[in-house]
Structures are given as structure tokens and as C-alpha cells.
Write a protein that binds this ligand. Structure first.
Ligand SMILES: Nc1ncnc2c1ncn2[C@@H]1O[C@H](COP(=O)(O)OP(=O)(O)OP(=O)(O)O)[C@@H](O)[C@H]1O
Length: 342
């Protein structure tokens, strides 16, 4: 059950929302489409669902031409940010809806539908809520029902567009963990659109980073974080420092710091994560801007070659003892070198 997207382009009024995008979603995989607003995530998801058509390119599912099929024939389940439940139907009827509207030949019997609904209510941990109406549920509960409704038809592909976007941060975090568990239980190939990097990194097996209608990189969360393919990806996935550098004779040199590197010779960008910097007697020269203790942690803001960086440290870390105005030298324990063209 592999979804293969080949060289998709979609233009609106001559402006490309998607520009030559190719992507493979593997069988049983949880893949996130992550990118800033307007980067083309929803457009790509809608093309997968059959709600929109590309101007050029192919979409194949297990080798079958997906573009020749209607949304219903594709058998995809969808969940959107807005709950989109039927207000006049109970939770159980909402979940059963996709099965009840099937043509007679493929429609399961009443008892079978009731059993499926019971199983799904158990899966979404709302066993006793089948008789309620959507207005009697919290936002998080409604989204769980929306997911059960999408799963009821036993979709070949589950497409989620910012499903937790309208919920508060705490509920989002809980639902995120829960959704990952549901994915592990059902094994349905899933594509999630989000602009929340934490959500993508925590939930997905692989993440595709979109920017201005193009895919910048597709990789596991760890690889994206540690080995970004471009300055954009490094910057987009959390706090980081990017410094001009040069690679020559097996060494990367930036400002007052150098280290062995097997990166290609030439101008480069040195990418560093704040957690990889440690106080040392040599390394990059900076100055402490502020320091705030909270319990056994300290947040130390450092200015380093014109960039402000927040460092989260244990109170017994040497950095935590510094005061605003103190000079500091920071040594990158780990770093990533990008060729200048990236
Ligand atoms: N129906 C439309 N008509 C014209 N332009 C559109 C239409 N739908 C999307 N676009 C444009 O295509 C580009 C990509 O939009 P899309 O909704 O796919 O982005 P997105 O990454 O999902 O953004 P967001 O995170 O804000 O939802 C944007 O520049 C948008 O303005």
C-alpha cells in the first residue's frame, strides 16, 4: 500500500502552490507534511484525497492511477481542523455514517455496523458516549469522534489536516500521544498536515519539510534535526545558530573556532544546536545577556557573533553561574556543516 507522488505541480492563477513535488509514503507509515503557512501542505493533502487535481504529475497507490478514482473510490479517511461532525446525529450515528451510506452490495449488516461502532468507541476511549450529540462533547472528544468516523470505513489511507489545530496546548499534547497509539494499533498509512514542528517530530516516522511549494527534505525526525539538508530546515526545526564558515584541508573554521570536518572544501554554514554548546576555555566568544533560574534549571541567554541564543542548563552547569555582562567561551560538542549553496 504505497502512495507514490511523482512530479506534482499545482498552480493557482499562474502561481505554483506546488512545484514539481515527488514523495513516497510507505505502507503503514506515519508521515507528516510540515512547513510554514502557504507552503502547499493542504494543497498536497487535498490532491491525495481527490478533492483537488494537479496541473501536472502522477499519483499512484500500489501502482494504481489514483487520479482516475473519485474520492470515495480511493477509500481515504479524512479529518480536518474544524470538527465537521453532523450536529443532528449522535456520536454512534456519526461514526456509522460512512458505512450506512455505502451501496447496498457492500454495506455491512446492522449488527456488524453496531459492532464496528462499539470497537471504534473503545479505540477512541469514549465507550459510553455513543448516545451523545456533538454539542455535548469537548473539542478534544469531538476530534476523537471525527477520527473514529474516518476509520470506520477501514480506509486505505488516513489524511489529517491540522486535526488538533483548534485545541489548546495541553489537549493537543495528550491527543498527540493518543493518536500515535491509535496508529500503532490500526497500522493505517497516515499523512498529517501540521505547521507545529513539535507535533510533527513527536508523531511521525518521517517528516517532509515544505517551503514555497517544494519539498526541502524528507527524513526521520532525528535525521532532520541532526543533519538538516538546508539552512531553512535547520532554522525551522527549533533553536539554532548558523555561522559563516570555511572548510579547507579537512578543517572547518568559523570566527575564533576550528575543528576537523570531512565536508567539501569551500564556503560553508556552520549549524549548531544550543544543547550542543558547552562552556570551555576555548571556542566561540560570546557574552551573557540574561540568566533566569527556575527550580533546578537555568535559562541563560547568550549573544554569540550577533545572534541571541537561549541555553537551558542544570543549575550546577558552569554556564548557570554566570551573570549578565560576563564574557563566555562556548565550544560546540556537535555541529553540522552545510555547503554554502544549501
Ligand atoms: N483555492 C485557491 N485559490 C487560490 N490560491 C490558493 C488556493 N488554495 C491555496 N492557494 C494558494 O496556494 C498556496 C499554498 O496553499 P496551502 O493551503 O496548500 O498552504 P498550507 O501550507 O496548507 O498553508 P496553511 O498552513 O496556512 O494552511 C498559498 O500561496 C495559497 O494562497
Amino acid at each position: 500500500m504505497t502512495l507514490d507522488i511523482q512530479s506534482i505541480t499545482r498552480a493557482y492563477d499562474g502561481l505554483p502552490a506546488l512545484d514539481d513535488v515527488s514523495l513516497t509514503v510507505r505502507d503503514g507509515e506515519f508521515l507528516a507534511l510540515l512547513g510554514p503557512s502557504g507552503s502547499g501542505k493542504t494543497t498536497l493533502l487535498r490532491i491525495m484525497a481527490g478533492l483537488d487535481r494537479p496541473s501536472a504529475g502522477q499519483v499512484r497507490f500500489n501502482g494504481e492511477d489514483f487520479l482516475a478514482l473519485s474520492p470515495r473510490e480511493r477509500r481515504v479517511g479524512m479529518v480536518f481542523q474544524s470538527y465537521a461532525l453532523f450536529r443532528h446525529m449522535t456520536v454512534a450515528d456519526n461514526i456509522a455514517f460512512g458505512l450506512k451510506v455505502r451501496p447496498r452490495g457492500s454495506r455491512p449488516g446492522r449488527a456488524e455496523i453496531a459492532e464496528r461502532v462499539r470497537d471504534l468507541l473503545r479505540l477512541i476511549q469514549l465507550e459510553n458516549f455513543g448516545g451523545r450529540y456533538p454539542s455535548q462533547l469537548s473539542g478534544g472528544q469531538r476530534q476523537r469522534v471525527a477520527l473514529a468516523r474516518a476509520l470506520a470505513i477501514e480506509p486505505r489511507l488516513l489524511l489529517l489536516d491540522e486535526p488538533f489545530g483548534a485545541l489548546d496546548a495541553r489537549v493537543r499534547r495528550d491527543l498527540r500521544r493518543w493518536l500515535r497509539q491509535v496508529h500503532e494499533q490500526t497500522g493505517v498509512t497516515t499523512v498529517l498536515v501540521t505547521h507545529d514542528q513539535e507535533e510533527a517530530l513527536e508523531l511521525a516516522d518521517r517528516v517532509a519539510i515544505l517551503r514555497q511549494g517544494r519539498i526541502e527534505q524528507v527524513d526521520t525526525p532525528q535525521a532532520l534535526y541532526d543533519r538538516p539538508a538546508s539552512a531553512f530546515v535547520h532554522d525551522f526545526l527549533g533553536e539554532g545558530l548558523q555561522l559563516q564558515a570555511t572548510v579547507a584541508r579537512g578543517e572547518v573554521v568559523s570566527n575564533d573556532w576550528r575543528a576537523p570536518s570531512d565536508a567539501p572544501t569551500g564556503d560553508a554554514l556552520l549549524c549548531i544546536r544550543p544543547e550542543d554548546l558547552e562552556a570551555a576555555d576555548h571556542g566561540l566568544v560570546g557574552v551573557v545577556m540574561s540568566s533566569l533560574r527556575r527550580g533546578d534549571r537555568a535559562r541563560v541567554a547568550v549573544s554569540l557573533h550577533g545572534r541571541r541564543l537561549e541555553l537551558d542548563r542544570a543549575v550546577n552547569d558552569p554556564l548557570s553561574a554566570l551573570a549578565p555582562g560576563d564574557p563566555v567561551r562556548l565550544y560546540p560538542r556537535r555541529f553540522h556543516v552545510l555547503a554554502k549553496s544549501a
